[in-house]
Design a protein around this ligand. Structure first.
Ligand SMILES: [Zn+2]
Ligand SMILES: [Zn+2]
Length: 376
């Protein structure tokens, strides 16, 4: 009989117990570490220590000067209720820096508009190319063009969009694919045919264009997202499609002024600066919320706003929600006159294709930034 056997068994038991104790301790510490790693602080520290093979935005923007304008407006020259001069005067005296008057197949030359061109307000050339395709209305706004283009009848909505866009680009103009949900005329596949069109209307104050969709139809914003998700870069605009300045003529569409607009990233109120920015999609769209500073660069997307009473959603392709935030007060400059600043920001984690922001006020009114693409 081996006298050492019980000792070995005892040593075996002690060893097993120690291994178990060490394993449990490791699990406990590991668990604690994993829990700690949830904290944003630790993630930031980790990022500093081990910078990711970094994702960064392709654009770099630092914008705090905006030119407010409406890109879709009608006058009595076609189906609006007021004369062109009166319409222009309304926008000039209501906080706008520019206006494109876009009557149906009727061109307005911004260089020789009614007597309004001054240092803080400009009229830019415009026309709503008004076409019919497969019995549906297909409209494209020609902005910053040099002469009238007019409309036509086409076999398919895609063919109409392709024709109008090519005509506009041939004049170095800016093409807006208008109201995709008017008569549910345009789907993302049609919009893809508007090759080179810089802008897409995703929201309108016109009561018949159904920007928000319904049970059976996607919203114009969702259609925009589908176009973006296909890899095509096109900028979103919001417009009045104003027809009813006085509202006294009930035979015109009852779309009032001042409901939705764009804020263009341009330092000066000139036709040249505004047209250049529009062509580059340098703007944000709004039907209410205001952004006072927009910053995109490296791995950060930052928005400053005037009130914390906003929901700021950061979205990726397919409408995927990356983060939803309420803006937080940031240190003020110490200047008593300065208004408080509230900030929402998003930091790339490296998985995004693009990031865009949507702001929603308590009354449901929204604003939309463009999609900023991520490079790796
Ligand atoms: Zn239209
Ligand atoms: Zn219109």
């Amino acid at each position: 009989m081996d006298e050492e056997a019980p000792k070995r068994r005892r040593r075996g038991r002690v060893l097993r117990a120690s291994v178990l104790a060490i394993a449990s301790a490791t699990l406990l510490i590991g668990g604690a570490l994993i829990r700690r790693a949830d904290s944003a602080d630790l993630q930031d520290v980790a990022r500093e220590l081990f910078p990711a093979p970094s994702a960064s935005f392709m654009d770099r923007l630092d914008v705090s000067v905006f030119q407010r304008g409406n890109l879709h407006t009608h006058s009595a020259r076609t189906d609006g209720d007021s004369p062109a001069q009166v319409v222009i005067d309304w926008y000039r005296t209501h906080g706008y820096q520019f206006l494109a008057l876009t009557d149906h197949n009727t061109y307005l030359d911004g260089a020789r508009p009614p007597e309004v061109q001054d240092h803080d307000f400009v009229v830019i050339p415009g026309e709503e190319i008004t076409m019919v395709a497969a019995m549906q209305p297909v409209h494209v706004n020609a902005i910053c063009t040099k002469e009238r283009i007019g409309g036509g009848t086409f076999r398919t909505p895609g063919a109409a969009l392709a024709w109008a866009t090519a005509k506009i680009l041939a004049q170095d103009g800016v093409a807006i694919v208008n109201h995709p949900n008017f008569h549910w005329a345009l789907d993302p596949e049609h919009i893809a045919e508007a090759k080179g069109a810089q802008l897409l209307e995703i929201w309108s104050g016109h009561p018949h264009v159904r920007s928000d969709g319904d049970e059976g139809h996607a919203s114009a914003e969702a259609k925009w997202d589908q176009v973006l998700s296909s890899g095509r870069s096109i900028a979103a605009v919001a417009v009045d499609d104003m027809h009813a300045l006085t509202g006294l003529n009930k035979n015109v569409p009852q779309a009032p002024p001042g409901v939705a607009w764009v804020e263009v990233f341009a330092e000066e109120t000139s036709q040249e600066a505004i047209c250049e920015a529009l062509a580059a999609g340098k703007l944000y769209a709004s039907a209410g919320p205001r952004i006072t500073h927009l910053g995109v660069g490296d791995d950060r997307f930052t928005l400053d706003v005037e009130t914390p009473e906003l929901k700021v959603e950061f979205l990726d392709h397919g409408g995927q929600l990356l983060a939803s935030e309420q803006p937080e007060a940031v240190e003020d400059s110490g200047d008593d006159e300065a208004r408080p600043v509230y900030r929402a920001s998003y930091r790339l984690n490296g998985t995004e294709r693009f990031v865009r922001a949507r702001l929603t006020a308590p009354d449901g009114k929204r604003a939309w930034t463009q999609a900023y693409w991520v490079a790796r």
